[in-house]
Design a protein around this ligand. Structure first.
Ligand code: IMP
Length: 422
């Protein structure tokens, strides 16, 4: 194996952090390629739960070198807090973390603008995480963004900040924000000084590692249905959470990826606004939220919950070229009499099994379900696949037929070791 990629197949929060723990144990480098501190991977360090937003979860493996690639937008204050939090818990970070100088910076004013834009959207709010992600990527695409390497160059940083404040003043005023170029310069320069030991040309680092035959793990963030191009636009994030984002955001060629692991929950969730055909607004939805502790790890917001959607899942599997599935949180379904999977949509009287590109079609889509019997027993201590209830195994084998690839891992409890590998 040269490179394994891990991709979320729903709207994020599929349980990728736990799978990374297992799947990145034997690799040399773990790379984050897109997104920013909108992501939140909950991991356990020294008996305590920690949420990593920017540092790849691979930092908790024994030996992997972790890289924050140029496709990530980096909030320097958040990154410094994560580094010091890990160090306090005895995690070895120095010498094991590299930050791309090409990555773009999320400055404090990006977060303010994120809030201003959300307010101005009114009922069409996206429900962003408020972490400044969209505004930072907007500046990147408009070719006026601040890059991490600029934090080490006072004159470049001053001129970019001066231009940025001129451009954004009216919107910052709307939020009553009085920050200015000089104050922001001072803060970012200081953060740049503290981050300087980690900053380098990560593309060259990765290409050297490739020449040396090292093994890579490309860690996706968010989920395929939040992808800027392929997701439920405009209710998406501002980066490519599908497979292409891993190549463009790292500088590694796509041809080195030889294993694409897709992660999906055994049901579905979504945070923020946007179409969600298999959403449940009833007691079953609430039961999934309670049993699955479905509250955002970045914002604490209650997640919307629903049945597994095989139409959306097949689309995500196909566009990413997923080779194997990890099915997470199966234990959350314990105790339900009946389970359902959406197998098709009815859109205006027409049945389709293809995930629509038009927002209006997605909003109108009525799921057509196939039902399965549930199971009542606690499965979180089961260690072997054949020890799982036959009804769960039937649910899994039908799902495999629906999406055309095998389920290789079944996560059946919150514990780090509660994953059955088939
Ligand atoms: P943004 O990425 O903060 O701009 O938010 C855009 C949309 O993506 C909102 O619906 C967020 O709730 C959602 N989102 C962004 N990152 C994540 C994530 O890591 N997990 C789940 N939802 C996310």
């Amino acid at each position: 194996m040269a490179a394994r990629a891990l991709i979320g197949l729903q709207w994020g929060d599929e349980g990728k952090g736990k799978m990374i723990d297992i799947l990145a144990a034997d690799v040399d480098l773990v790379v984050r390629c897109q997104g920013g501190s909108n992501a939140g991977h909950t991991v356990r360090v020294a008996g305590e739960s920690t949420v990593l937003h920017l540092i790849p979860s691979g930092i908790l493996t024994d030996r992997a070198h972790c890289v924050i690639g140029h496709g990530v937008v980096v909030d320097p204050g958040q990154l410094l807090a994560e580094i010091s939090g890990l160090k306090e818990r005895g995690v070895n970070v120095d010498g094991r973390l590299s930050l791309s100088g090409r990555a773009h910076v999320v400055a404090p004013f990006h977060k303010v603008i994120d809030g201003v834009q959300e307010s101005s959207r009114g009922a069409a709010k996206i429900g962003t995480t408020g972490r400044g992600i969209g505004p930072a990527y907007t500046d990147k695409v408009a070719r006026c963004g601040i890059r991490v390497m600029d934090l080490l160059d006072e004159s470049v940083l001053r001129s970019k900040l001066t231009a940025s404040f001129e451009d954004k003043r009216a919107r910052l005023d709307l939020a009553g924000d009085t920050s200015d170029a000089e104050g922001t310069l001072e803060c970012l320069m200081e953060q740049g000084r503290q981050l300087s030991p980690y900053i380098c040309d990560t593309v060259q680092l990765l290409l050297r590692a490739r020449r040396d035959g090292k093994k890579f793990f490309l860690e996706g963030a968010q989920g395929s249905l939040l992808d800027l191009d392929l997701g439920t636009y405009p209710y998406v994030t501002s980066s490519n959470a599908t497979i292409g984002g891993l190549a463009t955001g790292s500088g590694l060629p796509p041809t080195i990826i030889d294993d694409v692991v897709g992660v999906t929950k055994a049901y579905s969730t979504r945070v923020g606004a946007g179409p969600y055909p298999s959403e449940l607004h009833d007691d079953v939805g609430q039961q999934l939220r309670d049993a699955g502790n479905e509250y955002g790890s970045t914002t604490g917001r209650p997640r919307r919950c629903g049945w597994l959607d095989a139409v959306a899942l097949r689309f995500a599997v196909d566009v990413n070229g997923v080779t194997r599935l990890a099915l997470t949180k199966t234990d959350v379904l314990s105790g339900l009499d009946e389970l359902k999977i959406a197998v098709a949509y009815d859109i205006g009287g027409e049945r389709t099994t293809e995930f629509p590109s038009r927002l209006a079609d997605l909003e109108a889509a009525q799921p057509i379900y196939e039902s399965f019997p549930g199971w009542s027993e606690d499965i979180s201590e089961v260690k072997r696949y054949d020890g799982l209830p036959s009804t769960l195994r039937e649910y899994i084998s039908t799902l495999e037929e629906m999406v055309g690839i095998p389920v290789t891992w079944v996560s059946n409890g919150p514990g780090r070791d509660a994953v059955i590998c088939r």
